[in-house]
Design a protein around this ligand. Structure first.
Ligand SMILES: Cc1ncc(COP(=O)(O)O)c(C=O)c1O
Length: 298
């Protein structure tokens, strides 16, 4: 089991994995990235992740290496790391080029870096307990600025929200948009159940289209659940029958309490009776069946 990096084709341990300080990913967050995990050692939904990376790269006009190169280097690094299950971070920066902000100074000189680590999935006990999510004061940047639909290396907005959450003792943060509507978590999407209907914020508010979000929407529909993509304020989360977050690493993780940081005295509100609800559990089980069906059996 090891943490192994791939810097432009060189396989090295993390302490030898370096990029030049003039790299634009380092200087400006001028990069795209994806996080993929393996099930039974095989990358899960890699095509969807790489399609999302293509979309982001197109929107910021960053030229990616050919997909075959990314996939080949990913397989090579996974095999060399030899972990039973891995977390993989794929980073492609706009490279170094001449010093200066203009992206035209580095046209075409991208840099591919992969980081493979042994997967640390949340413990089952966390699914039994659920998360406490803070409703952050830091707002999600609007789509008209750096569009949250883009998965770039510039995560400072989310880092600020996560810092607020951790300062308040919460596990993670949910960000509202400028109009006070729920968007998403710092690295996850949010769903809630309201009188039997599953609700998630629409992409038009400005949020990342999670690969897991899309899968859970598909699974919920095949399970016969009514699903609505509609905007709501954070009060709707506090009044919901259950709330859960989805992401590559968390699958579907229940939220059992909320901390409203904008209220006086950091008001804590339980979600329903403060215990995980049945819908997240049922959908996660169906998700696991999907993984089994589509992925594990060759
Ligand atoms: C801001 C944000 N939203 C949602 C997600 C969940 O996306 P996925 O399900 O593709 O992991 C992530 C994942 O990193 C994220 O960074």
């Amino acid at each position: 089991m090891s943490v192994l990096c791939n810097v432009e084709g060189r396989l090295v341990p993390p302490d030898q994995a370096v990029v030049p300080v003039l790299d634009r990913g380092f200087l400006y967050g001028d990069s795209v990235y994806e996080v993929v995990r393996t099930y039974s050692g095989r990358p899960f939904e890699l095509d969807r992740h790489l399609a999302r990376m293509d979309k982001t790269a197109l929107r910021i006009d960053l030229t990616l290496p050919p997909r075959a190169v990314i996939v080949r280097e990913l397989q090579r690094t996974l095999e060399a790391a030899g972990n039973p299950e891995s977390y993989v971070r794929i980073v492609i920066t706009r490279g170094a080029g001449e010093f200066g902000l203009s992206p035209f100074l580095a046209r075409g000189q991208n840099r591919l870096v992969l980081i493979v680590r042994p997967l640390v999935a949340p413990p089952e006990e966390q699914y039994e307990r659920g998360l406490q999510m803070a409703i952050a004061r830091t707002r999600r940047n609007p789509p008209q600025a750096l569009d949250p639909a883009l998965k770039t290396g510039n995560y400072l907005n989310n880092i600020l929200a996560l810092r607020e959450a951790h300062e308040a003792g919460a596990d993670d943060a949910i960000l509202l948009d400028l109009a006070g509507r729920v968007t998403e978590g710092t690295t996850s999407n949010v769903f809630f159940v309201q009188r039997g209907v599953l609700v998630t914020p629409p992409l038009s508010l400005g949020l990342l289209e999670g690969v897991t979000r899309a899968l859970f929407i598909e699974i919920a529909r095949t399970q016969g659940l009514i699903l609505r993509e509609e905007p709501h304020g954070p009060e709707a989360l506090a009044a919901a029958d259950e709330v859960f977050m989805t992401s590559t690493l968390r699958e579907a993780m229940p939220v059992t309490s909320l901390v409203f940081l904008e209220s006086h005295g950091e008001q804590v509100r339980k979600v329903a009776d403060g215990r995980p609800g049945p819908v997240a559990k049922r959908l996660r089980a169906a998700f696991r069946e999907y993984v089994e069906r589509t992925h594990l059996r060759r």
